[in-house]
Design a protein around this ligand. Structure first.
Ligand SMILES: [Fe+2]
Ligand SMILES: [Fe+2]
Length: 271
């Protein structure tokens, strides 16, 4: 027998903490759909307008701008999901993010096909680009998850429901319903992983999250209320109602942050 001391086995890390994240991986695989599952050609791409050809063209421009905003958001989401996959150190989270990269890419594919049917790409929402830069340039993994999955993907779900309700019997409705489910999973997984990361994060990281929320929320509000030229007229009619709805949504976001154990007393809501 050797007199060498037996090298002590490094204690196996307790991975049961990651069971929640792994559950979202299973859920994502279960919910996975294909762009060919969308009933292309069996229903109109977006609601068809009535009245004069000019009126119909105006209506189509409005819907085109709705689709454009979602396409823009999902292209940014592709880059963001790829960053999360690269930055996450935990195997369970990496497995999960590999599905999120596929989801955001599939969303983009669906929007690209849809926008081709309604006149092609249009005006970009500058606030969405600003939000994208905020996510992509955030310093820590905790901050990226917080901005993207805890806030953005949660705040976007009621918008999908709203668009779906006003576009019954169209391809747009079908896609919005699928994306509301997918983003529910993206949000849930982010909450589960962020909770684990914050258990070990230094206090300073948590403080950064509150600062990041204060930078993000006003920009998100601008994004939610932004109307391209095509929608300006309708925009002003809807703005009061939109503001009310947005206020409720942002308050919900703050409650979520509190449920992660963050001190949200310093969060300033834009209204
Ligand atoms: Fe997406
Ligand atoms: Fe998403």
């Amino acid at each position: 027998m050797s007199a060498e001391p037996v090298a002590e086995e490094p204690e196996a890390e307790d991975r049961t903490r990651f069971a929640g994240v792994l559950r979202f991986y299973e859920l994502a695989k279960h919910q996975e759909w294909q762009v060919r599952d969308v009933p292309w050609g069996q229903m109109p791409p977006v609601p068809e307008g009535k009245g004069s050809p000019q009126r119909q063209a105006r209506r189509r421009d409005v819907w085109r701008s709705v689709v454009m905003q979602q396409l823009q958001a999902d292209i940014i989401a592709c880059e963001m999901a790829a960053q999360l996959l690269n930055a996450a150190p935990d195997p369970e989270a990496r497995l999960y993010y590999s599905t999120m990269v596929q989801d955001e890419s599939r969303h983009t594919e669906a929007w690209l096909k849809l926008i081709a049917q309604v006149g092609g790409e249009g005006e970009r929402d500058p606030h969405l680009d600003a939000l994208g830069r905020m996510f992509l340039e955030a310093d820590t993994l905790e901050e990226k998850i917080f901005l993207m999955q805890v806030f953005f993907e949660r705040l976007i779900i009621p918008r999908f429901r709203l668009i779906a309700r006003s576009s019954r019997g169209t391809i747009l409705e079908d896609i919005c319903n699928r994306l509301a489910i997918d983003d529910g999973i993206h949000h849930g997984s982010g909450m589960a992983y962020e909770r684990i990361l914050l258990e070990r994060a230094p206090k300073q990281v948590k403080g950064q999250l509150i600062e990041a929320a204060n930078r993000m929320l006003p920009e998100f509000a601008e994004h939610a209320l932004w109307r391209p030229k095509a929608r300006e007229m309708i925009g002003s009619l809807m703005e009061a109602r939109d503001r009310e709805r947005l206020k409720t949504e942002l308050n919900h976001g703050v409650r979520l942050a509190r449920s992660l154990g963050l001190d949200v007393s310093e969060v300033q809501l834009p209204f």
